[in-house]
Design a protein around this ligand. Structure first.
Ligand SMILES: Cc1ncc(COP(=O)(O)O)c(C=O)c1O
Length: 430
């Protein structure tokens, strides 16, 4: 079927576009899709995630936590008793805002990181931090609005915001994270273009993908710049507790209850499979936020909320975090020393103080996307840098994740990656 065969004369522009899409895809239902659906891209991370389960490959791609040190047998017993003894609650619909006990416990977790005095009434339990990003985009952004973000930033957030036809504006970062002067300049430039800038989406601690942390001395300045411009800060902090030295930096939310909407997650400090996170929402926005959450999920899963709540009540969750820090620090150190040993001159990388990732920079002009296929041939996987930017430009960066890979495998992965990068550098040098 061609477009001319399908199209009748005198069609409206909208119908014409819908039909063009239908023709392009070959199925008439394509013409029924919303404009929004065409903004939801297939994530490179997702593609690579599927490849990385192939036997024999070393995956430095996925940002998964290591779950091996969780007490799985005991947790199984806890889950059994939640269903057997409390099934009428666990298997029933629950409150849209989440369970009161878990909201109180989320405040304890935040206090361990430096957010004191949070009120459980301001907490909304979410289906992971990912769904909270979607809700934030829905509640604050009209199509064409602008959201500021770090350059680079989390691919899942790019996907969530782009689905709402939001214009993402990356702000330059350096080894201390977002550069306050660059943020000010970006806001001024966007305002001059008449743009409505709604949010700053930021991952201040151990950014995904760069591993970089916003310096303590810049934190208040970033909030102040946004507050002065009436831009809400959306602080996404799933890794903050995983600082290797055990002394997390106070989140932006700590001293700024009115200007920061804070997102927490149990995915990295407990288990992503429970799909439980939370939002600590400025009181004046709380109702709007949780009504939008309810519209998506009715209520977060009572079953997994009860499992997380029992975990926080009956297990030494702080000790698990301490153990995780030691494990991730050792894996990061193994990665750093293997990179120093095997990678050619001309490649540089960030040195994270925590979290799951580090970020490699190759010389200008090298595109890391095609290198992925060579790396897979060589038995190692990474995520090309282009995935972490709203532009579709080629990128000379790539992300390596050390969190879920034993040290020996990390070293082997870097040994396999090194010749791929060496060849790319030689080709770029001509
Ligand atoms: C920065 C960031 N935010 C949010 C998420 C998603 O977290 P959750 O599992 O809580 O949805 C991730 C997962 O990798 C992440 O890196």
């Amino acid at each position: 079927m061609t477009f001319e065969e399908t199209a009748a004369p005198g069609l409206s522009a909208e119908t014409r576009t819908a039909l063009e899409r239908a023709v392009a895809s070959g199925h008439r239902h394509e013409g029924l899709l919303s404009d929004r659906a065409f903004h939801i891209k297939q994530s490179a991370v997702r593609d690579v995630f599927d490849i990385s389960t192939r036997p024999g490959l070393v995956s430095l791609a996925g940002g998964s936590p290591s779950l091996r040190s969780l007490p799985l047998r005991e947790l199984g017993e806890t889950a059994r008793s939640i269903v057997a003894d409390h099934g009428l609650e666990a298997l029933q619909y629950g409150a849209g805002q989440g369970m009161a006990e878990l909201r109180r416990q989320a405040c304890e977790v935040m206090a361990a990181e430096g957010i004191f005095g949070a009120d459980p009434a301001d907490v909304v339990i979410t289906t992971g931090s990912q769904s909270a990003q979607d809700v934030a985009a829905k509640v604050f952004c009209n199509p064409g609005d602008t959201v500021l973000c770090e350059d680079p930033t989390y691919v899942g957030a790019l996907n969530a915001f782009e689905a709402y036809e939001v214009n993402l504006a990356p702000v330059p970062t350096d080894s201390g994270g977002l550069i306050p002067e660059a943020l000010e300049a970006k806001i001024a430039a966007l305002r001059k273009q008449g743009r409505a800038v709604k949010l700053l989406y930021t991952i201040p601690s151990f950014n995904n993908p760069s591993g970089v942390t916003l310096a303590a001395g810049r934190r208040q300045r970033i909030v102040d710049i946004c507050a002065a411009a009436n831009i809400l800060v959306l602080e996404d902090n799933p890794y903050g507790m995983l600082r290797f030295d055990g002394r997390p930096l106070a989140p932006l939310r700590a001293g700024n209850p009115h200007d920061v909407l804070y997102l927490g997650s149990f995915s990295k400090i407990f288990a992503p499979g429970v799909r439980v996170g939370w939002a600590l929402v400025p009181r004046h926005l709380h109702r709007r936020f949780y009504l939008a959450c309810e519209a998506v999920v009715l209520c977060p899963s009572p079953l997994t909320q009860m499992l997380v709540s029992a975990y926080l009540r009956d297990y030494d969750w702080m000790q698990h975090i301490r153990n995780s820090r030691v494990l991730y620090a050792a894996r990061c150190a193994a990665l750093l020393s293997a990179l120093a040993e095997h990678l050619p001159d001309g490649v540089s990388w960030t040195i994270p103080d925590g979290g799951f990732f580090l970020w490699l920079t190759l010389p200008e002009g090298v595109d890391t996307y095609p290198l992925l296929y060579e790396a897979i041939e060589a038995g190692v996987v990474f995520i090309p840098g282009a995935a972490f930017s709203p532009s579709d430009e080629p990128s000379n960066k790539l992300r390596l994740a050390f969190s879920a890979v034993p040290e020996d495998d990390i070293r082997e992965g870097v040994r396999r990656l090194a010749p791929v990068l060496r060849r790319a550098l030689a080709a770029a040098a001509g």
